[in-house]
Design a protein around this ligand. Sequence first.
Ligand SMILES: CC(C)(COP(=O)(O)OP(=O)(O)OC[C@H]1O[C@@H](n2cnc3c(N)ncnc32)[C@H](O)[C@@H]1OP(=O)(O)O)[C@@H](O)C(=O)NCCC(=O)NCCS
Length: 168
Amino acid sequence: MMDVQIERAKRDDFAEMITLADMTLPDRMNLHELKKYMELFPELIFKATCNNLLIGFSCAGIDMYQSTGWLLFSNVRKEFQGQGIGKRFIEARLQALRQFPTLRTIRVTVSETNMPSIRALEAFGFRLAQAEQDYYGPGKHRNVMELPILSVATTVSPQIDVSVEPVL
Ligand SMILES: CC(C)(COP(=O)(O)OP(=O)(O)OC[C@H]1O[C@@H](n2cnc3c(N)ncnc32)[C@H](O)[C@@H]1OP(=O)(O)O)[C@@H](O)C(=O)NCCC(=O)NCCS
């Protein structure tokens, strides 16, 4: 039985993380970007290990008002893809982002051809918000998907639907 652990990544993991990212998604992540993510959002970077081997990692971020969270990057070693690890990464980041009480929405950009990512995001309730032409340069379109977050204040305060007549 394969035992995959998901936990917060540390600086010691950097070298292995970059080696992995270069294999799974070349020309997207690099050491400098990863270091910035770690400085900005140390609580929002997760790794997956199997028998102490790094088999994936994922990053999230949040804007300075702590209202918009972003899923920034995710990758799983090829031999381990399709086993639910990508979804566990989404879950870990959603849970970490939900610790911010002012969070209102979570956004993510995804290539419209990246079906594993889109299906996994849809399973968590993400929906297409807008299509961005040439987002990463000519021809590199991206879709922005979004997950609205119900604030606790909205769910506990009485919401009276004025369009419905009360039954007497
Ligand atoms: C995207 C990625 C992180 C997903 O991780 P994963 O562990 O393979 O994902 P999961 O096993 O949780 O599967 C997620 C969904 O994709 C589907 N899926 C997995 N592999 C698939 C494949 N090769 N083709 C189509 N669908 C696939 C799963 O069935 C699941 O959908 P479902 O719940 O509707 O069945 C991983 O495929 C990856 O590292 N890809 C390369 C890097 C990348 O594109 N990163 C995203 C941009 S930053």
